[in-house]
Design a protein around this ligand. Structure first.
Ligand SMILES: CC(C)(COP(=O)(O)OP(=O)(O)OC[C@H]1O[C@@H](n2cnc3c(N)ncnc32)[C@H](O)[C@@H]1OP(=O)(O)O)[C@@H](O)C(=O)NCCC(=O)NCCS
Length: 399
């Protein structure tokens, strides 16, 4: 049965109210006031006649791919089709509408998605989203620690002048060589200012050395089922100069606070690289299976390269890309005596490359990217211009 679905950007308050009501039925309630107060957002909405049958909130976020490389993204969350109408193309129609109305406003649709065997993962894969980054949960495993010197615990944020700028300095010092996160600003930590957050601060002579933001919540089961016991969920950790000793003290303080307060431990959703992985392992937190994914559906591959990465390419080089679905110039040169290169790859490979998640040298060596007109020097220059970048994940950004 072909449905007469109309999917479009949700702009009117009345439609937003209806979309949020559907979201409340499927997920949880957000008021119109909260919607407008939060980070910049829009939404894709689907109608069947006058009835709202689908709604996708989209948080508009500048997102760092690599040092100095920022794109604009729209993060999908609470993606929902009314139950009776699932599997009829409504979700796909909303994604297609978003592709249109986000043109010129976002380089990519992104989503934080649960594990790969979940049913909804299938939806994102089928609508053209690509896996970029994997996250797993590490759990404290019963090892106990005492109170940690120089580490203070506050519920919410402490009333420290310039706290935002201090946290920003610490965060940047810890993560500047990484990508994979929404660009931080002094206001980024506002949501950690409530009593549900147990925040740990390492300082020395009044100087902030590091912070560990955790949130008290019920453990999330790995598969569908009842929520687990209350734990402290790591939302973000940062230590100046990537100082592992500070990170270890912060984690020990959190494990201690959890035990003292009858909580079942500390759980950290993190990825396998990042400045503090060794600190987590040193305090004997145990890795679980990978169970979250950062996925992206680029809306404007050429815009990402020509905008965010362009200054890194050799201006004398002309690079054409071929995939089974498209052909375009990655870079062009105005000069007559230019080298011209053709790179051939699958679309998934192209997406990972332009998002900073692919090592071009390795792909050429193994043959999954093939090249015409390139030599070692040119391949190196291209791989360095658009390099694989390690990404970090903070649960604070989860939406
Ligand atoms: C996920 C969801 C939004 C998809 O919306 P939809 O309107 O059913 O999507 P479509 O009909 O456009 O489906 C597109 C493709 O994804 C597949 N797909 C969609 N939902 C699926 C599911 N739950 N399990 C397996 N495949 C699914 C469809 O089979 C279809 O593939 P096909 O074209 O090869 O048949 C909808 O199932 C839903 O609201 N689920 C509950 C909420 C949820 O889990 N949201 C996602 C996490 S935030």
């Amino acid at each position: 049965m072909a449905l007469e679905v109309v999917a479009k950007e949700c702009v009117e308050d009345q439609d937003l109210e209806a979309g949020l009501a559907l979201k409340a039925e499927i997920f949880f309630r957000t008021t119109l006031e909260d919607w407008k107060r939060g980070e910049p957002r829009t939404a894709s909405i689907a109608f069947l006649g006058d009835a709202v049958v689908g709604f996708i909130p989209l948080a508009l976020r500048p997102f760092k791919l690599a040092p100095g490389v920022v794109i604009s993204t729209a993060f999908e969350h609470c993606v929902g089709t009314r139950k009776e109408y699932r599997g009829m193309g409504i979700g796909t129609a909303m994604i297609e509408a978003a592709r249109g109305f986000l043109e010129g406003r976002a380089h990519a649709l992104c989503v934080y998605r649960g594990h790969e065997r979940s049913a909804a993962y299938n939806f994102y894969a089928k609508t053209g989203h690509h896996d970029l980054h994997y996250v797993r949960r590490l759990r404290s495993a019963g090892r106990s620690f005492g109170p940690q010197e120089g580490v203070e615990l506050t519920r919410g944020l402490p009333p420290v002048p310039d706290l935002g700028s201090r946290m920003l300095a610490v965060y940047e010092s810890a993560h500047s060589r990484y990508g994979g996160y929404p660009v931080r600003a002094e206001s980024s930590w506002k949501k950690a200012d409530n009593r549900g957050y147990w925040n740990f601060w390492a300082s020395e002579n009044g100087r902030l050395l590091g912070h560990l933001l955790t949130r008290e919540r019920n453990d999330i089961p790995l598969t569908d089922g009842k929520p687990g016991k209350p734990i402290l969920m790591v939302m973000e950790m940062a230590a100046s100069d990537q100082d592992g000793e500070v990170a270890r003290r912060l984690l020990k303080a959190a494990i201690h606070a959890a035990a003292e307060n009858g909580l079942a431990g500390v759980v950290a959703p993190i990825c396998d690289c990042g400045p503090f992985v060794d600190a987590y392992l040193d305090v004997e937190m145990q890795p679980g299976p990978r169970n979250n994914i950062v996925m992206a559906l680029p809306l404007d591959v050429e815009g990402i390269v020509h905008g965010a990465w362009k200054s890194r390419f050799d201006p004398d080089l002309e690079v054409k890309v071929w995939t089974p679905r498209r052909e375009f110039f990655l870079t062009t040169s105005e000069r007559p005596s230019r080298a011209s290169v053709l790179l051939e790859m699958k679309d998934d490979t192209l997406v990972k490359w332009v998002m900073g998640r692919l090592d071009l040298r390795a792909r050429i060596r193994e043959g999954s990217v093939t090249a015409v007109g390139a030599n070692e020097r040119i391949i190196s220059a291209l791989a360095d211009a658009l390099p694989f970048t390690p990404w970090v994940f903070h649960h604070l950004d989860y939406i």
